[in-house]
Design a protein around this ligand. Structure first.
Ligand SMILES: *Cc1c(COP(=O)(O)O)cnc(C)c1O
Length: 374
């Protein structure tokens, strides 16, 4: 089924952009007439605006969220012989970025209710080789960063946040996801809460030495026009993407609010339906619902039922990193992470993009209730 044919699509970029085009097209024209295509003024402006939005002193624009993680790990000293702890149920990019740095990924099962890493699991995974922990704010819900940071400080290791799904999620002290760790890593993949029209990413940090190092290693390690001091990738945020992101950043809070109210509609209509487990509910803005992930033992049947009713429900993620056939051996096997493996069999992401109408969510809920015979 083509995206346009769904009664309830999981996303619709044309619909998302249509109210923005009146402003966006002239802005893109201005950028093309006035700015450098590479590291133009819009990149610098967006870095400052996104840092301020998140609550950090600086931010560095990159080519993707994966590169944000990879460059952060390199900057803090991850390399062969070191270990980095992260959640076993994360998106593959978190694990790939650790492998790209040369470090060994040490995975830990998440809490079965929040689906996020816990301070206890982090503490149990620390060894003398551990240099960093990456809590992932999975599905848009802030991980317990305060407690994990205390564990890190006791063992003198760094915390790097994978905030790729959590732009604008805020803790009780109202700092943003990405402002708690030594670095915060964001993706602006089009599907994220804040998305570019293509790939893009960002590292947020309040340590100016880290910001300088990441600016060096996003640009081939060039310390000046003709001098190079690092072997490094070329992964800078494009000027055009920065211009698009600047404009969209102004809508992010409103879009997140819309996600939060759609989540409330789902919650009301789906309480006590079949064996459905609803996502945990931290309240306030600690969850920005990048995804609304329910769990059921009848996941595949329910997904097929929704598909035939014109509802596009996704899977995040059906194959966890430790069960992928990678070209390196992670050293884990089936059974090592029971919570992660159970989630891989039961998770189902219901459509929750901000463009959805209330009646579309009501329709999805009706379909789910009738599937369970309610
Ligand atoms: C999207 C995502 C990434 C990677 O971001 P890209 O921009 O696609 O490279 C990393 N971690 C998580 C949790 C993500 O959802």
């Amino acid at each position: 089924m083509d995206r346009k044919e769904y009664k309830v699509p999981s996303k619709d970029y044309a619909l998302q952009y249509s109210p923005l085009l009146g402003e966006l097209i002239p802005e893109i024209e201005r950028v093309i007439r006035e700015e450098n295509p590479v590291l133009g003024a819009s990149v610098d402006a967006f870095e400052k605006e996104f840092a301020a939005y998140t609550g950090t002193a600086d931010a560095v624009g990159l080519g993707s969220g994966t590169d944000a993680l990879y460059l952060s790990l390199r900057a803090l000293g991850a390399r062969p012989g070191t270990e980095v702890i992260t959640a076993a149920n994360t998106f593959i990019a978190t694990v790939s970025s650790i492998l790209l740095s040369g470090a060994r990924p040490v995975l830990a099962d998440p809490d079965p209710e929040t689906m996020n890493l816990t301070p206890g699991a982090v503490e149990a995974a620390i060894t003398p080789r551990t240099v960093a922990v990456i809590p992932v704010h999975l599905y848009g819900a802030l991980a317990p960063v305060g407690e994990i940071l205390r564990v890190c400080e006791r063992s003198d290791i760094d915390m790097v946040e994978d905030a790729a799904q959590a732009h604008g999620a805020r803790g009780p002290d109202s700092r943003g996801a990405g402002a708690y760790g030594r670095m915060g890593c964001f993706s602006f993949h089009p599907s994220k809460n804040l998305g570019a029209f293509g790939d893009a990413g960002m590292v947020t940090t309040s340590d100016m030495r880290d910001a300088d190092e990441i600016r060096l290693i996003r640009n081939l390690g060039k310390s000046s026009k003709y001098e190079v001091t690092r072997v490094a990738p070329n992964t800078k945020l494009d000027t055009i993407q920065a211009a698009i992101l600047r404009l969209k950043l102004r809508n992010l809070d409103a879009w997140n609010d819309r996600r939060i109210s759609l989540a409330a509609l789902y919650r009301d209509a789906l309480a006590d339906v079949g064996d459905l487990i609803l996502p945990h509910f931290p309240g306030d803005r600690a969850h920005v619902y990048h995804l609304f992930v329910v769990r059921t033992s009848r996941r595949d049947e329910l997904r097929a039922h929704l598909q035939s009713a014109g509802v596009n429900a996704g899977l995040h993620y059906p194959v966890p990193p430790h069960l992928q056939s990678l070209d390196v051996d992670l050293g884990y096997r089936e059974g090592d992470f029971p919570v992660t493996e159970e989630c891989a069999r039961t998770v189902l992401s219901l459509p929750i993009s901000p463009e959805l109408k209330d009646h579309q969510v009501a329709y999805v809920c009706e379909q789910i209730r009738s599937f369970f015979g309610e």
